[in-house]
Design a protein around this ligand. Sequence first.
Ligand SMILES: C[S@@+](CC[C@H](N)C(=O)[O-])C[C@H]1O[C@@H](n2cnc3c(N)ncnc32)[C@H](O)[C@@H]1O
Length: 317
Amino acid sequence: MGLILKIFTTEPLIHILSWAHETLKESNTLTFEVLNPDITGGTYAGESITIDNQTYLYRGYKAWSDLGEILFCRLLTPTIASAHTVQITYEKLDLSDSFHHSDAKEEKYGADSRFAALHKNEEPAFLSPYLRALRSVHVGEKKRILNLGINTGDEFDLIRQILSHEEYLKLELVGIDHSQTAIAHARKRFSEGNATFYIHDINDLAILDLGRFDLIITIGTLQSPGIDFKLLFMKLVQEYLTPNGAMILGFPNCRWMGGEMIYGAKAPNYPYSEMTLLYKDVYYCKKYLQQKKFRVTLTGKDYVFLTGTKIRQSLII
Ligand SMILES: C[S@@+](CC[C@H](N)C(=O)[O-])C[C@H]1O[C@@H](n2cnc3c(N)ncnc32)[C@H](O)[C@@H]1O
């Protein structure tokens, strides 16, 4: 059992947050005792609850998990402390353990990189909006699908999982990435014969003579250094989409550190997550697609998903 440093009852969250910040300056873990959230359901954070003459401010595990994330900590399994209380323990994440710090160029995201440890489809906050995006474009009806920055192919893998084998084999998948090792892995992983992978710079697509696609997916890639975001995006819409083609763009709004996906992208010149660049790019794409008669939705949290589908002319009044 961890050492109990504090028991919180009616202290406001600002008090707990300041205490946690101070404590984590000196220690890699912190433990405190609070009302057991299981004591009641349907209660909002901050509501007063009195049990056995002791008043508490209620907070659920969602609040304690969010606080851990904000403090760059992982939440350990809470333990029962008394009839009505639990001990919450946070452990600091190893923030140096991240692919974000790598200087390797094409192989920053290669098979031997720390990035290769990520399985985005196993993160609910990624899986759910990506799945929704795939469903809303009716992915099974899209014959040719292009993925830019495919890496080892997780985005194709989910498509394979949600379609029947027959539906999946009817698709023609094309994936492009400049990481040799990631593409080597993708080629092994998708050996059914309907997927083609290129080790190639996506700034120079013309030379590949790819033709047009019914769906273009690109996640966490267009904003990479060395890519002229707007130019490439407009080129994709104008030269690589079929007239009824759809787009799924994923914009990261998180960092991967010490085994966790932490909400909020790191912004240049800010010591905290700041979202001007994200909003600017997302809004640019939304406006552009709307002008080209796409219906555009924005969903997601740690990844913002922009989904664009063509508005059928007969529906435009
Ligand atoms: C952040 S990763 C995202 C990978 C994958 N889409 C995902 O979300 O897991 C960006 C990918 O784009 C690739 N990439 C970045 N710039 C590229 C370029 N100019 N040409 C080709 N691939 C590029 C990287 O190698 C990497 O696999």
